[in-house]
Write a protein that binds this ligand. Structure first.
Ligand SMILES: NC(=O)C1=CN([C@@H]2O[C@H](COP(=O)(O)OP(=O)(O)OC[C@H]3O[C@@H](n4cnc5c(N)ncnc54)[C@H](OP(=O)(O)O)[C@@H]3O)[C@@H](O)[C@H]2O)C=CC1
Ligand SMILES: Nc1nc2c(c(=O)[nH]1)N=C([C@H](O)[C@@H](O)CO)CN2
Length: 245
């Protein structure tokens, strides 16, 4: 029972992480929970890792951003959960390649839906929640190094990440000074199951540092942006010097 003479403790606004069911999103959610920071995590596929997040205190919301209805449903659920947000980490993503049997219109539509429409709609809908934060709030867009160079095999993916990077510029202007908005543009961070040895060897050679650093490199970069009071409208290249190879 709180002593009535104690000053009202400022509420700690939750951090929203999309696509937190695995890999980088999951790692950042765990990082926040380890610091006793409240987390709202979205997942599309219910895995044991999501159960573990919930057991650790995260509020886990199902969200499939593949349709406008899915975004709308998520936003309605989010607003039932909180009236304030410390940060939004737009991490949810699908790395769709073009392939001979894929429909180009479907690939582009899906990529723009997840990487541009979803962050766009969530940012606009959550502006007041972010401004209600007890401290300056953050939006972090997880883009990709290919924003700078394009991609031969993930053309629509690269274009959608470039759109996301442009949202960083617009939302940084719109939401200052109560909200900072930045991109993180990773190159290879971690491999996927099933990546062949030949692919791994080739991929590692694409950067100066020649490593796949793992989730922690992304976790530290997100935290760096949340901790820094004077960076907004910028893209942080998390790419091992790939741009110089
Ligand atoms: N890993 C890397 O080396 C690199 C990563 N990045 C970027 O960093 C971020 C994190 O990467 P990584 O951890 O590998 O990401 P993942 O490929 O593991 O994807 C993260 C999550 O996105 C979710 N997701 C995909 N489609 C949808 C959808 N339609 N609706 C809701 N959620 C969806 C998936 O949910 P579920 O599994 O629950 O279905 C998945 O768990 C991404 O934005 C990625 O583009 C950029 C460059 C390199
Ligand atoms: N959603 C995802 N996006 C990306 C992934 C991934 O696994 N999921 N992986 C990459 C590659 O690591 C690429 O950077 C290697 O050059 C890119 N985007």
């Amino acid at each position: 029972m709180r002593d009535s003479h104690q000053p009202e403790q400022p509420m700690t606004s939750p951090i929203l992480i999309t696509g937190a069911g695995q890999r980088i999103g999951l790692a950042f959610a765990k990082h926040c929970l380890e610091q006793d920071l409240p987390v709202i995590a979205t997942y599309r596929t219910r895995r044991p890792a999501v159960d573990e997040l919930a057991e650790a205190g995260a509020r886990c919301l199902h969200a499939d951003f593949g349709t406008d209805q899915g975004i709308e449903h998520f936003l309605n659920r989010l607003k039932e959960e909180t009236v304030t947000l410390r940060a939004i980490i737009h991490n949810a993503s699908d790395w769709l390649p073009e392939s001979p049997d894929s429909d180009p219109a479907e690939v582009m539509t899906t990529m723009m839906q997840i990487h541009a429409m979803t962050p766009y709609r969530i940012n606009l809908a959550c502006r007041q929640l972010l401004e209600n934060s007890e401290s300056v709030a953050d939006i972090v867009h997880m883009t990709d190094y290919v924003v700078e160079r394009g991609s031969a095999k993930h053309i629509a993916y690269a274009a959608s990440k470039a759109a996301l990077n442009n949202l960083t510029l617009s939302f940084a202007r719109l939401m200052a000074p109560r909200v900072k908005v930045n991109s993180i543009a990773p190159a290879l961070i971690m491999f996927n199951e099933g990546d062949s040895e030949a692919y791994r060897e080739k991929a590692l050679k694409k950067s100066l540092l020649g490593i796949a650093p793992g989730e922690e490199a992304a976790v530290r970069t997100i935290q760096f942006l949340l901790d820094n009071p004077y960076i907004t409208g910028r893209s942080i290249g998390l790419d091992g010097g790939r741009h110089l190879v």
